[in-house]
Design a protein around this ligand. Sequence first.
Ligand SMILES: *[C@@H]1O[C@H](CO)[C@@H](O)[C@H](O)[C@H]1NC(C)=O
Ligand SMILES: *[C@@H]1O[C@H](CO)[C@@H](O)[C@H](O)[C@H]1NC(C)=O
Ligand SMILES: *[C@@H]1O[C@H](CO)[C@@H](O)[C@H](O)[C@H]1NC(C)=O
Ligand SMILES: *[C@@H]1O[C@H](CO)[C@@H](O)[C@H](O)[C@H]1NC(C)=O
Ligand SMILES: *[C@@H]1O[C@H](CO)[C@@H](O)[C@H](O)[C@H]1NC(C)=O
Ligand SMILES: *[C@@H]1O[C@H](CO)[C@@H](O)[C@H](O)[C@H]1NC(C)=O
Ligand SMILES: *[C@@H]1O[C@H](CO)[C@@H](O)[C@H](O)[C@H]1NC(C)=O
Ligand SMILES: *[C@@H]1O[C@H](CO)[C@@H](O)[C@H](O)[C@H]1NC(C)=O
Ligand SMILES: *[C@@H]1O[C@H](CO)[C@@H](O)[C@H](O)[C@H]1NC(C)=O
Ligand SMILES: *[C@@H]1O[C@H](CO)[C@@H](O)[C@H](O)[C@H]1NC(C)=O
Ligand SMILES: *[C@@H]1O[C@H](CO)[C@@H](O)[C@H](O)[C@H]1NC(C)=O
Ligand SMILES: *[C@@H]1O[C@H](CO)[C@@H](O)[C@H](O)[C@H]1NC(C)=O
Length: 776
Amino acid sequence: MMILSLCLIISLSNTILGIASPARHLCHPYQKDALLEFKNEFHYNVMAGKTESWRNNTDCCSWKGISCDPMTGNVVELDLQDSFLNGPLRSNSSLFRLQHLRTLDLGLNNLTGILPASISNLKYLRILTLYSCNLFGKIPSSLGNLSYLTDLDLSVNDFNGELPGSVGSLNRLTELRLVSANISGNFPPALLNLSELTWIDLRSNNLSKLVYFEISGNSFSGSVPPSLFMIPTLVDLDLGRNDFTGPLEIGNISSSPSRLRVLYLGENNFNGPVPRSLSKLVSLVSLDLSFWNTRKGKVDFSIFLHLKSLKLLHLSNMNTKNMVDLSLLSHLMSLGDLDLSGINLKIDPTLNLPSPIKFLALSSCGIAEFPKFIQSQTRLIYLDISANQIGGQVPAWLWKLPVLWYVNVSQNSFNGFEGSEDVIQKSAKVMLDISSNTFQNPFPLLPASLMHFSCSDNRFSGEISREICKLVYLDTLVLSNNNFNGSIPRCFENFSTTLSVLNLRNNSISGVFPEESIGVYLRSLDVGHNKISGELPKSLINCSRLEFLNVEDNMFSDKFPFWLRSLPNLQILVLRSNKFHGKIFSLIFPKLRIFDISRNLFTGVLPSDYFAGWSAMSSDVGIVDSTPVRILGRGSGFYHSLTNLQSLDLSQNRLSGEIPPELGKLTFLARMNFSYNMLEGPIPQGTQIQSQNSSSFAENPGLCGFPLEKTCGGKEEEATKQEEDEDEEKEEKDQVLSWISAAIGYVPGVLGGLTIGHILYSYKYGWFLRIFHCFT
Ligand SMILES: *[C@@H]1O[C@H](CO)[C@@H](O)[C@H](O)[C@H]1NC(C)=O
Ligand SMILES: *[C@@H]1O[C@H](CO)[C@@H](O)[C@H](O)[C@H]1NC(C)=O
Ligand SMILES: *[C@@H]1O[C@H](CO)[C@@H](O)[C@H](O)[C@H]1NC(C)=O
Ligand SMILES: *[C@@H]1O[C@H](CO)[C@@H](O)[C@H](O)[C@H]1NC(C)=O
Ligand SMILES: *[C@@H]1O[C@H](CO)[C@@H](O)[C@H](O)[C@H]1NC(C)=O
Ligand SMILES: *[C@@H]1O[C@H](CO)[C@@H](O)[C@H](O)[C@H]1NC(C)=O
Ligand SMILES: *[C@@H]1O[C@H](CO)[C@@H](O)[C@H](O)[C@H]1NC(C)=O
Ligand SMILES: *[C@@H]1O[C@H](CO)[C@@H](O)[C@H](O)[C@H]1NC(C)=O
Ligand SMILES: *[C@@H]1O[C@H](CO)[C@@H](O)[C@H](O)[C@H]1NC(C)=O
Ligand SMILES: *[C@@H]1O[C@H](CO)[C@@H](O)[C@H](O)[C@H]1NC(C)=O
Ligand SMILES: *[C@@H]1O[C@H](CO)[C@@H](O)[C@H](O)[C@H]1NC(C)=O
Ligand SMILES: *[C@@H]1O[C@H](CO)[C@@H](O)[C@H](O)[C@H]1NC(C)=O
């Protein structure tokens, strides 16, 4: 009762207000006339439906099926769905005088006739529904002028011919429904231009020539219309690498045999069970469902057994927990390309897959024994059995497979190689990744054809085998996290014209860095965590492609390598924990993003003017990973996760002078560390700098002011004044310490990239605070 009376009061007051301000609520007379005339354009066989309430002496905004804009009083919505309208929509219909219409729904009426081109007069239309209206003839191309249109439904009509290409200019369209509209001819390629489109329903038409539908690698989202699978002529449907979501409906395919040969749905966000009706797509040759989220459900492999023509089957990372017996696939006689990574596999030792496989990826499949069926796969080119639990020795027969060139056995428990010493050398491998196992000496003899070799995280020891120098095609060499000792072989010069990635990180390598081992094509050089002494090799100056240089935690004893500034692509330079000394100056690195010089013996003062420009820095994104170099895009997850890790670390050097007040203004620096230097004077004011823990300033005998307990006795204010006087001293300072400006254009994304390589490691161990990086 309460609610009812409340409603009554509200509607009463509305009526009263309505009378009080008629201008706002009465419809415009010309629009009322247009509506009344429109009503009279039709015959009403039985009754007049909604239009029955339309009377000349009432406010048309109060009529059934009408909505007006409360501010302007214009008729903006006309909903006459199922209103017994009989008769054609004439091209001079008074409907087209309702210029302000945003929604027009004439669905389920008998408008027997054509859809007049003058529909485009209603140029503000957002929603147009002419569902089941007995319309025929051509769909007018003037529809393309309705530039605000978001929803178009022309389903269940008897149109003639194709969908006009002008529909491709409806770039706000999100939903397009043309079910049973007798559309024929080509699938309108213009639709592929509509980036907002989340719903296309083209069921039951007469589209005859759609053969290829490839929109892979875009950002299409929403669900995939089942109608796509109903297009009888479709041969190639590639929706891979988009953001399509939801369970997939394939509809009832049994009516006519599908011609679909290629179906790529991989790397989207599909979820739910794999549709059983896939098994009806009997012409399929290539099927990619990778990264389909089955929500830990079961994948019924029998679905695929009907697809006898399959040559390519990619089912990796389907988030399924069930164990799949690989022998099921022995029915697929043409299979040549199989990726089941991430699926728990049962592989019988006697299994024999009859079809010759060229590409086989069985990473993270819970495999505990080297799959023997591979031995008879003599056409195998690519084998990835990484991230399993296979122990013991890598079988000798593997290297006898004649065309195998990519072998990835990383992240297992292998401890050696079966067979003679030169068993690998005699094969023609190009890529060999044996990292993260328990391999130990003897170091294998490698084939001269090798371009990529990684044995990181194993137990190899002793001097680096000079045999490696025979690999004159080597592009990537990763020996990190072993126990190699001795010096870097001079004969590395043998691949100095091919090598782009060299990673010797975390071994016990000593001696000086031989100049001749530096190749001009180097993009990434990481020798961090070794015992290398002497100077940085000056031949680095020839590495114009160098992006990543990390020599942290060695015994390099050298002046600041300002000459590296001539490397146009250098983005990350890490010199921390060495014996670099002297002043740091003249640094204008064109692309430097990360610059870590902490824990050295640098001396000198901090010039204030180099901080001033920092907040204006900006740059495009380039993310570098140490091994191998990878440039990742902005969309990378790392980029987002770590943007607030912004710190400046100058700790553990012998820097003197005062901390420049400008540093207090750099709001993007979340953390700073000035500890263990010889800095003096007041700590500058500024929220960022004052919010630091006092330990960030510790062990600088002359520093004073908050957050330290030691007060300066009024010197804090002086610090601000000093800032103003500094212009005079500028000249002098240009010659000293411009190292701060080296941090040009630091980008958060780069930090993300470093994560992958080694800073993640640092991060994990809480060292990130000591890394000097500067951001925009
Ligand atoms: C509505 O009434 C007005 C005035 O009474 C008249 O001028 C107008 O022609 C009428 N409109 C229709 C469509 O009957
Ligand atoms: C639809 O309209 C056409 C012509 O205007 C008429 O011949 C037909 O009988 C109508 N159909 C219905 C179901 O009213
Ligand atoms: C609209 O055109 C038809 C012919 O197509 C004509 O009979 C009718 O009088 C016209 N109506 C108006 C309002 O001009
Ligand atoms: C769309 O509008 C433009 C300009 O208003 C006009 O020249 C063109 O003919 C219209 N296109 C169609 C298909 O009606
Ligand atoms: C459907 O379209 C075809 C070709 O465009 C045409 O020949 C046929 O008459 C249309 N069917 C109907 C019921 O209008
Ligand atoms: C898609 O849009 C581009 C640029 O807007 C245009 O050049 C191209 O012709 C359009 N393609 C189709 C099929 O309409
Ligand atoms: C489909 O289109 C073809 C011509 O493209 C036509 O011959 C055939 O009659 C149409 N089928 C239907 C059901 O309209
Ligand atoms: C699928 O189509 C077949 C024959 O065309 C029909 O017998 C069956 O009932 C349909 N199934 C569904 C779920 O519509
Ligand atoms: C080998 O496999 C591991 C784990 O799947 C992967 O991280 C690595 O990138 C692969 N190595 C190469 C060289 O492709
Ligand atoms: C290098 O390692 C080997 C084996 O671990 C050891 O025998 C040798 O003494 C080491 N050489 C040096 C210089 O440390
Ligand atoms: C360097 O490569 C050449 C072949 O190009 C080879 O003969 C030589 O033995 C290699 N040097 C070493 C130290 O392996
Ligand atoms: C160095 O490698 C060893 C394995 O050889 C590993 O245990 C250790 O954590 C690594 N240390 C660093 C700093 O990467």
